[in-house]
Design a protein around this ligand. Sequence first.
Ligand code: GDP
Length: 436
Amino acid sequence: MFDTLSDRLTAALQTLTRKGKLSDADIDATAREIRIALLEADVALGVVKTFIARIKERAKGAEVSQALNPAQQVIKIVNEELVGILGGETRRLNLAKNPPTVIMLAGLQGAGKTTLAGKLALWLKKQGHAPMLVACDLQRPNAVTQLQVVGERAGVVTFAPEPGNGVGDPVDVARRAIAEAKHAQHDVVVVDTAGRLGVDEELMKQAADIRDAVQPDETLFVVDAMIGQDAVTTAEAFRDGVGFTGVVLTKLDGDARGGAALSVREVTGQPILFASNGEKLEDFDTFHPDRMASRILGMGDVLTLIEQAEQAFDQDQAEKAAEKLSSGQLTLEDFLEQMLAVRKMGPIGNLLGMLPGAGQMKDQLAQVDDKHLDKLQAIIRGMTPAERDNPKMINGSRRLRIANGSGVSVREVNDLVNRFFEARKMMAQMAGRFGF
Ligand code: GDP
């Protein structure tokens, strides 16, 4: 899911990273690419239009950030807007003050309601609840048995009409189930309802009757993420016919384009609570808009890195360092300060791991070791302020003193000093070439 969309979005945003400064034309061109990517992923047109308009407005009006370059800023905006259309904050399940909490499932046949009932039951059980499933899908042959099977697998009780009585009345079953749940002290009741292959009036009426009978605390609209644009029309029909308080996306493991996920929340105004991504009962979890957005953007945790860079950035210090860098005046004191600033962002291996493409560099990353940096820090701290300011004065006897003081060998002190000189020379040359 989302692979094509991720590839296209990443490509659109990556062209920006090669530019130092962004013009309005650059932003327009990127917005166009993003628009095509979203439309191809089957996101509803109205949603695409609003999204693109917001990106353009915010990117063009963006304040110059000292911590982020323009490309990073646009990535940040796109990410924030993605989180926004996916619902913003993670929405948790509403539990009733007076149990049992009643959760009703609605949606088309094949959307994954029955499977979801089992997943939800297992999930609730793991959280310490005592759920009960209720079979109100009396239409589809085998639906009751199927629910009993998933209930058994989840290790929860299923309330079902006795077999052999012909097609029962789902409203009556629902009512009796709630009474039974109270009696047997189940604190959450999950009501599975019938679906049709398409939306029809009879289906809506039955779902509405069950709703009136059980007064659900949550009505969850279950939608197959693979049905693309149809998800939006179906969602609207259920919103108007039964009403729902939340959405569950199923089959996110499929290879479809994923537009449903991006459209449903925006079109219906109701949050996505859960996502299902497989046939097993464990393939299910709370839906987190922020995590989903970064998955769609396909940029590893580069977004976390952007956030941390903003937090760790110290304007004065950076300007001073840049000035010294270009004039070849960088001292070991500056070097230490820079190192501490970077390390404020977390263990260095983690930081590098967050960069896109880091997946293939795992072996090298494993060698970047915080202990090594600790050692460098200790060596620099073992120097006098004068030595840090003017590393040229660090002669043989000083090196021996520093080594003894910081518990390392003279060779390690030599290494650090020599590499510092080389780096300073290289940076001064680069600074000259790139004009900063
Ligand atoms: P219902 O008619 O809405 O009750 O749908 P079912 O629960 O019977 O599911 C229909 C089919 O979709 C079944 O074959 C399920 O195994 C499958 N299914 C449900 N959820 C998922 C999911 O998240 N991923 C995948 N790949 N299949 C799913």
